[in-house]
Design a protein around this ligand. Structure first.
Ligand code: SF4
Length: 455
């Protein structure tokens, strides 16, 4: 299904779309306020961008340095070249520890690798412990946002879901009651877990340590209670030094939710006494993306979600319409690199307004990269006949001013005189979804020439 087809399904519930739009715009505003409160915010962004670009150019060295230091700290390090290897490694660690119950926190990488179904197929229970992630897990849906995984669900939706799965009482979506019940339900899972899996926000080469950022403390709860902690990270999560961490922690919290810092920024260095710690370092297509000069900067992403919150298309089409682990503007750059045909409509799900690039804390040129994918896709992926022929027609028209003038005149007349039903009819895909203004009597060109003559 193309992005626009999936978006049309989300758009059927207009009330929900408006609410989704407003909720994310509210977060975008909080981000603006938080960013403006920092003197030297732009310098901080430049610094973040510079550190990430430098790291990507020296990724091999930093990854090896990280491994050496992690091993010295008593952590076991594993390397996975793809999702299948990642899943098998995690599975083998769990098997070795006879782990049957697993709590998991904050890992889009395990979503990307489809770890849950892989483990569940062998009878291992995996519970996502972030409240939003648990909500979508109960709904049997993927997250629709990387920071706010259940942003597409209203509190009434959650109320119904909890009644069905957790046996809660109807509460008209009372958030306090619902979070209390979720806490009770998750406490039991934390206490009885045989192993904890977490993601990694930043892995530090010169110490071998890593940081996991959560607002609920669920990563800490899992990792501190279970006898085994498995941390799964993409190769791009590395930063060179401990002193660089402050730059990214300041950028991340503010860009994600407008907080000065994420509530829990937990540092892990070595296993606690009697416990085991494993790190799985995963490539899964990242080296290939690194080899594409036009798109390698997409690996600088620190997964703050700001580009999603600001994107007018994302806000009104919902995360699931992207049919990808990472939705929104940055996902539309990453996904075509994995499967160009499947994700060929994603780079077109953008107005190219550049708002995503403006808010990105590490200054990724997101809209430029989307435009570049469009050029590749139109050459390499067969396009629908209507789109191809209308673009060809537009090209010819723009190249010939006389034709442009004639077509413009006809279009303005049609907008003024044809009934609304014709303009907004089904075959006119563009006009169908838009309330168009009445066409003016004269074109800008005509108006300008007249004005010049009168001067
Ligand atoms: S691309 Fe930039 S704005 Fe988007 S999630 Fe990544 S870091 Fe945040």
């Amino acid at each position: 299904m193309s992005h626009s087809q999936a978006a049309a399904i989300f758009n059927k519930d207009e009330k929900k779309v408006n609410w989704h739009d407003k909720a994310l715009w509210f977060v975008r505003h909080k981000r603006d306020k938080a960013a403006h409160s920092v003197t030297g915010w732009e310098a901080l962004r430049n610094l973040g961008q510079g550190i990430k670009a430098h790291t990507l150019s020296n990724l091999d060295n930093y990854l090896i340095q990280f491994e050496e230091n992690a091993l010295k700290n008593g952590v076991q390090v594993h390397w996975a070249k793809n999702a299948d290897e990642h899943n098998k490694i995690v599975h083998s660690i769990l098997k070795a520890h006879n782990a049957k119950k697993v709590v998991k926190s904050k890992s889009m990488l395990t979503e990307e690798c489809h770890l849950n179904p892989f483990l569940e197929a062998d009878g291992i229970e995996v519970i996502d412990t972030d409240l939003g992630e648990r909500i979508v897990q109960l709904a049997k849906e993927p997250p629709s946002h990387i920071v706010l995984p259940a942003i597409h669900k209203t509190k009434e939706d959650v109320d119904a879901l909890f009644q069905e799965h957790l046996g809660t009482k109807p509460c008209a979506g009372d958030p306090q009651y619902l979070t209390g019940e979720a806490r009770k339900h998750l406490r039991e899972k934390f206490v009885n877990a045989d192993a904890a899996i977490t993601g990694v926000n930043f892995a530090i080469a010169d110490t071998g340590g890593f940081v996991v950022c959560t607002n609920e403390g669920n990563a800490d709860m899992g990792a501190h209670l279970a006898p085994v902690h498995i941390a799964c990270m993409g190769i791009e999560k590395i930063i060179p030094k401990q002193e660089h961490l402050g730059v990214f922690l300041r950028l991340l919290g503010r860009s994600a939710t407008g907080q000065h810092i994420t509530t829990f920024s937990s540092h892990f260095r070595k296993p606690r006494e009697g416990a085991k710690m494993h790190i799985v370092i995963v490539d899964n297509g990242r080296t290939e993306q690194l080899s594409r000069p036009d798109f390698r900067a997409s690996l600088q992403c620190i997964r703050c979600g700001a580009c999603m919150n600001t994107c007018p298309i994302y806000r009104r089409s919902g995360g699931h319409s992207y049919d990808a682990t990472i939705p929104g503007p940055i996902g539309s750059i990453l996904s075509p690199g994995k499967d160009l045909t499947k994700h060929s409509t994603l780079p077109f799900a953008s107005t190219l307004c550049g708002s995503c690039s403006d808010v990105c804390p590490v200054k990724i040129d997101i809209h430029t990269q989307l435009y570049k994918w469009r050029q590749i896709i139109t050459k390499e992926v067969p396009q629908p006949f209507v789109k191809k022929s209308s673009m060809k027609f537009m090209g010819t028209m723009f190249a010939k001013p006389a034709t442009f003038e004639k077509v413009g005149k006809a279009a303005r007349w049609s907008l003024r005189n044809l009934p609304k039903g014709v303009i907004n009819s089904k075959p006119n895909v563009w006009g169908n979804a838009r309330d168009l203004p009445s066409g003016p009597e004269e074109s800008f060109d005509e108006w300008y020439k007249k004005r010049k003559k009168d001067e």
